[in-house]
Design a protein around this ligand. Structure first.
Ligand code: FAD
Length: 526
């Protein structure tokens, strides 16, 4: 009863705030067991994201759901009400441009509400639930990937496709794609899902898969939260490796670097022993970066003098590869790695190898996070730009951006790695370039207020604009990953031949544009 009163209070406040009327007794009928909070701490947390670019966008209230039904009842109330408030799911709030925020409604705080990392509740579903025979796991939509990993490892299993960082929610990454160095082989995370439970913008709870409500299933994957709130995902698993041989090699020649990367991802159909399990890479445009937060394993044991490597045009490229193994096959790992490395053309003296438990490898960015946090460098603005660049234009991109626009200061890691388009399901809502192979280029920069112009938010934001303009003028048809646009036409151009279906399904599943309005694709209707 107390929670119902709290809910009534919060929604009444919401009504007063938006200046509309609703009979509060209607709300008592909602029967939501979740906490709808207007506590300033909750509201503040939900008003910010990792990007810290948009300024605080306080929601009117924050819901901590105890079940899918809570989410459904809230969305149903929004859909059926005369005044129309919005509802945005928030996973771990690691978006850059306010995508999980809403100033005109309720944020549903999915992560930390239920599940491995969350609070217990009388109606807590039994998640994560691992099905060892079938090799999949059912997880709550707000579950963090680190907790998914911990629970599946208890059964000797693990998901196949990852992001570089595991403190992201399942619903958040599945709304985008979820990519890392395994994507060339297994596809993005959205290619490794069997089934979803989704609350539509009408407040209906639907189960969807390839076989059931398949249009909804494909639309939600990569759907930027537009069609429904994912409350459960059934994720494909494989036997978990125990250890990882993690290798970095350097190149001074871009075309040699990309040729090797493309060769390695072309091995995706080969038996496991004849390919790497992870292929990524990054660009080094200044010496400082060799010791940056992602490349800590170059130092202190392997100090590198870039000047001794004669970078071409001041830029070096680092191929990052990894091979998973089980302790029982440890005797063959050296040989397998050796025979793969023999086919590559990196700078001979530049091989840096380390070996570690699988979990430590997957959780590597978290270590860097802790270091940055301790120096006060984590909660700073992040004007990140993530682009998919078609293979045919990646050399033009190198010339114009890495060796041109960036100068010799980058303010953060720049990842670059190719993926195979045939590992992406064309029916999903995710958008990629029209070529069999395309690259992720991720400019993961942090803005600092340290008086240096090249570190400032304004400088980096302008540089991002310059990069997009350059691509446009040079005919490099990039697609933004984790896209951010503010006009209708930009969104139509982004989705191109997927737009008509995207629009039609939006009208079907969220006709009042209640959901994920922070993406700025559709304007909520009152
Ligand atoms: P949020 O920011 O909370 O939400 C993102 C969007 O998804 C919002 O529109 C929100 O409304 C919607 N949403 C959230 N939960 C749900 C749900 N349950 N159902 C429906 N919609 C929902 N991405 C990669 O692919 N690979 C990487 O290696 C990678 N590394 C990263 C490292 C860091 C340090 C950071 C900050 C981000 C990284 N990302 C990476 C990007 C990340 O995948 C996206 O920002 C993702 O959206 C973050 O998940 P989240 O749970 O924080 O989502």
């Amino acid at each position: 009863m107390a929670t119902k009163l709290l809910l009534t209070f919060a929604i009444c406040r919401l009504i007063v705030t938006v200046g509309l009327t609703l009979d509060p007794t209607e709300l008592l009928l909602l029967g939501v067991d979740a906490q709808l909070s207007v506590d300033p701490t909750d509201v503040k947390a939900a008003s910010l994201d990792f990007g810290l670019l948009t300024g605080a966008q306080p929601p009117l209230a924050v819901m901590h759901p105890a079940s899918s039904q809570d989410v459904a009842q809230l969305v149903k109330a929004a859909y059926g009400s005369n005044f129309g408030f919005t509802v945005s799911a928030r996973g771990h709030g690691h978006s850059i441009n306010g995508q999980a925020q809403t100033a005109n409604g309720v944020v549903v705080q999915m992560s930390g509400s239920i599940g491995g990392s969350g609070v217990a509740s009388g109606r807590k579903p039994p998640y994560p639930r691992v099905w060892p025979q079938e090799r999949f796991v059912d997880v709550w939509g707000g579950e963090l990937w680190i907790d998914v990993l911990r629970s599946t490892l208890q059964h000797g299993l693990a998901p196949k496709s990852w992001t570089d960082y595991l403190y992201l929610s399942v619903g958040g990454t599945l709304s985008n794609a979820g990519i890392s160095g395994q994507a060339f082989n297994h596809g993005p995370q959205i290619s490794n899902v069997h089934e979803l439970d989704v609350v539509t913008g009408k407040g209906e709870l639907l189960t969807c898969s390839e076989e059931q409500n398949s249009e909804m299933f494909h639309a939600v994957l990569g759907g930027l939260g537009q069609f429904g709130i994912i409350t459960r995902a059934r994720i494909s698993l494989e036997p978990a490796p125990q250890r990882v041989r993690w290798i970095r090699v350097l190149y001074s020649n871009f075309s040699t670097f990309t040729r090797d990367q493309e060769y390695l991802i072309s091995l995706h159909e080969q038996p496991a022993s004849q390919k790497f399990d992870y292929v990524e890479g990054f660009v080094i445009v200044d010496e400082g970066l060799i010791n940056n937060w992602r490349s800590s394993f170059f130092s202190p044991h392997n100090p590198v003098k870039i000047s001794s490597l004669e970078p071409n045009g001041g830029v070096l490229y680092c191929l990052e590869i990894a091979k998973n193994y089980h302790e029982s096959t440890a005797s063959t790992i050296d040989q397998e790695v050796e025979s793969l490395l023999k086919k590559l053309n990196f700078i001979p003296a530049s091989v840096f190898t380390t070996d570690m438990p699988y979990v430590d490898f997957l959780d590597r960015v978290h270590k860097a996070e802790l270091k940055l946090r301790s120096k006060g460098l984590w909660e700073v603005p992040h004007p990140w730009l993530n682009l998919f660049v078609p293979k045919s234009k990646i050399a033009d991109f190198d010339k114009g951006v890495f060796k041109g626009i960036l100068g010799n200061k980058t303010s953060g890691p720049i990842l670059i790695y190719p993926m195979n388009k045939n590992k992406w399901d064309h029916r999903s809502s995710a958008v990629t370039p029209d070529e069999d192979v395309f690259y992720l280029v991720a400019l993961l920069r942090s803005a600092l207020d340290n008086g240096e112009e090249t570190h400032s938010l304004e400088y980096l934001t302008n540089q991002n604009r310059q990069i997009l303009r350059f691509c446009d003028e040079a005919g490099i048809t990039v697609k933004q990953y984790l896209p951010h646009y503010t006009t209708h036409q930009e969104w139509v151009d982004h989705f191109r031949n997927k737009w008509d279906r995207f629009y039609r399904l939006k009208m079907e599943f969220d006709p009042r544009h209640i959901l994920a309005s922070g993406q700025q694709i559709f304007t909520p209707t009152n």
